[in-house]
Design a protein around this ligand. Structure first.
Ligand code: GLA
Length: 742
């Protein structure tokens, strides 16, 4: 009897196992599965499946990336693709998760090295793996030498965004020169109907969204400048099909977490396979990896959306807010700030700043930030950078009286710094001319009359940390605007051996990160903005250590609509600082109303940068009312779901954005009319993302709906019937909030 029961139990167990998907019989975690029988790894979350396997020659071969597959769907063992011609060997026809340059590989390698004996062939094969929680590590090794690569994969359960990076380990007995090292290669399903979106720009003209078909060949997005750069941002999105749009279609996207020189290559090979490889920029790169040492690459994040690029952006926004930012998973809302730069330039002093602070406090500003000009012998941009003492002529009693005044007015205090730079006209440079990036005996090219300190040097790193530590320990400073106003030239590091000098590309950025993280650890309440002459240093690396960014020095409220639109493809409005400045604006000489300027800035994290000394009483009244209104919707604007309803790009005469709170109880609508044409009314706006069954009451923040619009209606009504906004003229704007009726 006993025996029969045991036998019965065994049969039931085996039958149950047979019906289970193979992965659940394997070693796995909630979101990462490994099938021993097929050698296939599978990452699943938030409607996305990512799969790859160890193939017949022990290489890691991508299998699938896209909309989630059923747990029971077969993902059989993988095999190398056959030689397509004598010109297309399996190394080229077979996609690879992380290919060493070797064995006749022609697509971009993930890793390229030179061994001291001249061997440059590297072929990486699977050795072992480990899964712990939402992280998978895979160990690869060269087929002959003790050069190891540990690939890391993390998956975010809420967004399905996969993080990938590599740790290169030299376990040989001699140094190895690393000539290029990517974080990852992403392979998309084979196809010929893809298009690439990326961001381009320049100083005061950042965040232009570009779109081009992916054709055979290679497109390079990059910075060779030592920092992220205004010109390309380390973000891409790839759409498939003829007519993908904001809310429909397959989209693969990625962003690189690195603030130094970077590169993302997008390739379509001769077999219509798409590979996206990103990491350190191989240009002028060379990292001498000593025996026993490791090099860790940046992280390359990748995600997929089946619901268009709007949903892709929302996934990235959510990921940034909950996983990247220093205050993740629940960042505080950004305070409304005042910044002195456009009002006073370098002419800051105690009475002038105090007068501005009083006016700023009167309209509801919560943080007062003194910009450039407070330190050293800084009268203009010719002198002072590097000398971080408080200028005694401008602030005879130090910063304390101003900070106390700002506090007494109910605001906290922020300060501008540009720690990585030096003017040749400074005590620091006179004392340490060897501290800047330079090649011995060669000219040192200045930009804005400044040179770049070589932060890769330990002494420079220590100097910068200590002056900031000193500033923060002696003054009650809640916020630093950390600026960086030029790119590298002559990036030499003469103090180290010639074959180590190119490590500046890695060590500089690492030291920047280490200063930021050490400061944050020591001053946990400190918040930091990343600025680089506007949006020159915005990426997921710096966003791990800073709370907001300055997207552009261009504060023209009309230009900003496009700048802000482009920005949100990759980054959350919750970090997008936007100031209301004076009219006509300094850049385009465009005249706009206070309301228009405020509504443009209220699409992000609101600031005021105007010269309040010139404002009229009615300007203060409008500003006060709109700042109050902003505080009632900022949680939704900064942390909600963004819908780009009407694009300001491509000569559009209107633009509209909507943000919906996570509980869907509030929607906020911003509408802008660039110029009325032929007497047509403003286009009807169809909201998105509301709860169709919930009742929402509409309240104007500024402007009016047409008279026949109801005061309250269901989410279904606002989304399907739409909203008619009364806007006529040039540079007109209106905004509304939709609140769930109790
Ligand atoms: C850069 C910043 C500006 C301002 C100036 C000060 O250009 O982007 O906002 O801080 O520096 O010199």
């Amino acid at each position: 009897m006993q025996c029969l029961r045991t036998r019965l139990f065994q049969i039931i167990l085996m039958a149950t196992l047979a019906t289970l998907p193979s992965s659940s019989r394997a070693q796995d975690s909630n979101n990462i599965h490994y099938d021993q029988a097929t050698h296939v790894f599978r990452l699943d979350a938030a409607g996305m499946t990512y799969a790859f396997g160890v193939n017949n020659v022990d290489a890691l071969q991508p299998i699938y990336w896209g909309k989630t597959l059923a747990a029971t769907d077969p993902l059989p063992a993988v095999h190398t693709m056959p030689e397509a011609a004598s010109f297309d060997s399996p190394a080229d026809t077979t996609p690879n998760e992380y290919a060493g340059w070797g064995g006749g590989l022609y697509p971009e390698p993930a890793l390229k090295v030179t061994f001291p004996d001249g061997n440059r062939d590297l072929v990486l094969h699977y050795v072992s793996h480990a899964i712990a929680g939402d992280e998978l590590k895979i160990k690869l090794k060269d087929i002959e030498r003790n050069l190891f690569v540990e690939l890391h994969y993390t998956i975010d359960p809420a967004t399905g965004i996969v993080g990938r990076w590599a740790v290169i380990e030299n376990k040989t007995s001699t140094p190895v020169m690393i000539e290029s090292a990517a974080a990852a290669t992403w392979s998309l399903p084979r196809g010929n109907d893809y298009s690439l979106r990326y961001l381009s720009g320049r100083w005061a003209g950042e965040w232009n969204l570009q779109k081009q078909p992916i054709r055979p060949g290679e497109t390079i997005l990059q910075s060779k400048r030592g920092s992220t750069g205004h010109q390309n941002n380390p973000w891409f999105a790839i759409e498939r099909g003829e007519h993908p749009d904001e809310e429909s279609g397959d989209v693969w996207f990625g962003a690189l977490a690195w603030s130094g020189s970077w590169r993302i290559s997008v390739e379509q090979d001769q077999l219509q396979q798409i590979r996206v490889t990103g990491g350190f920029n191989p240009f002028d790169f060379g990292y001498k990896l000593e025996a026993g040492k490791e090099l860790t690459t940046p992280v390359f994040y990748g995600g997929y959306s089946g619901d268009g690029i709007g949903a892709a952006s929302r996934l990235l926004h959510r990921f940034e807010l909950t996983k990247i930012l220093p205050q993740a998973p629940a960042p505080k809302v950004r305070p409304v700030i005042y910044n002195s730069w456009e009002a006073t330039g370098f002419d800051v002093d105690e009475p002038g700043q105090e007068a501005l602070a009083e006016k700023a406090a009167s309209i509801g500003v919560e943080r007062f930030i003194m910009d450039d000009g407070w330190f050293g012998q800084r009268k203009d941009d010719h002198a002072g950078l590097g000398d971080w003492y408080v200028n005694p002529q401008k602030f005879p009693h130090g910063l304390k009286p101003l900070i106390d005044k700002v506090h007494a007015l109910g605001m906290d205090f922020g300060l501008w710094v540009e720690p990585e730079m030096v003017n040749p006209n400074s005590d620091l440079y006179r004392k340490h001319p060897d501290w800047v990036l330079n090649f011995t005996g060669r000219p040192r090219t200045e930009a804005r009359n400044q040179l770049v300190l070589n932060l890769a040097r330990q002494d420079v790193r220590d100097y910068i940390f200590h002056f900031l530590d000193d500033l923060l320990s002696h003054n009650d400073i809640a916020f630093l605007k950390w600026d960086y106003n030029r790119n590298w030239s002559e990036p030499g590091w003469p103090a180290v051996a010639p074959d180590e000098q190119k490590e500046v590309y890695v060590q500089y950025t690492r030291n920047l990160y280490s200063i930021l993280s050490e400061l944050r650890a020591k001053y946990p309440k400190l918040e930091i903005e990343s600025c680089s002459g506007g949006g020159g240093r915005v990426d997921l690396g710096i966003l791990r250590l800073t709370d907001e960014v300055w997207p552009s020095d261009n504060t023209d409220p009309f230009d900003r609509l496009r700048i802000q639109d482009g920005f949100t493809y990759a980054y959350t409005p919750g970090v997008m600082m936007a100031w209301v400045t004076d009219s006509p604006g300094w850049l385009n000489n465009r005249t706009t109303s206070v309301t228009y300027r405020f509504l443009s800035s209220m699409q992000g994290s609101l600031g005021v940068g105007a010269n309040l000394k010139n404002w009229k009483p009615e300007d203060f009244a409008t500003a006060k009312q709109l700042i109050e209104a902003y505080k009632g919707v900022r949680e939704t604007v900064q942390h909600g779901s963004l819908y780009r309803l009407v694009s300001p790009r491509d000569g559009s005469e209107a633009s509209v954005t909507e943000s919906v709170s996570l509980d869907r109880k509030q929607g906020v609508l911003f509408t802008f009319l660039h110029s009325s044409q032929m007497g047509y009314p403003f286009p009807r706006v169809y909201l998105r993302g509301l709860d169709p069954k919930m009742q929402y009451r509409v309240t104007p923040i500024a402007g009016e709906l047409t008279k026949d619009m109801p005061a309250a209606a269901s989410g279904a009504y606002w989304m399907s019937h739409g909203v008619d906004v009364q806007l006529r003229g040039d540079f007109q704007a209106a905004a509304f909030r939709f609140d769930a009726a109790p």
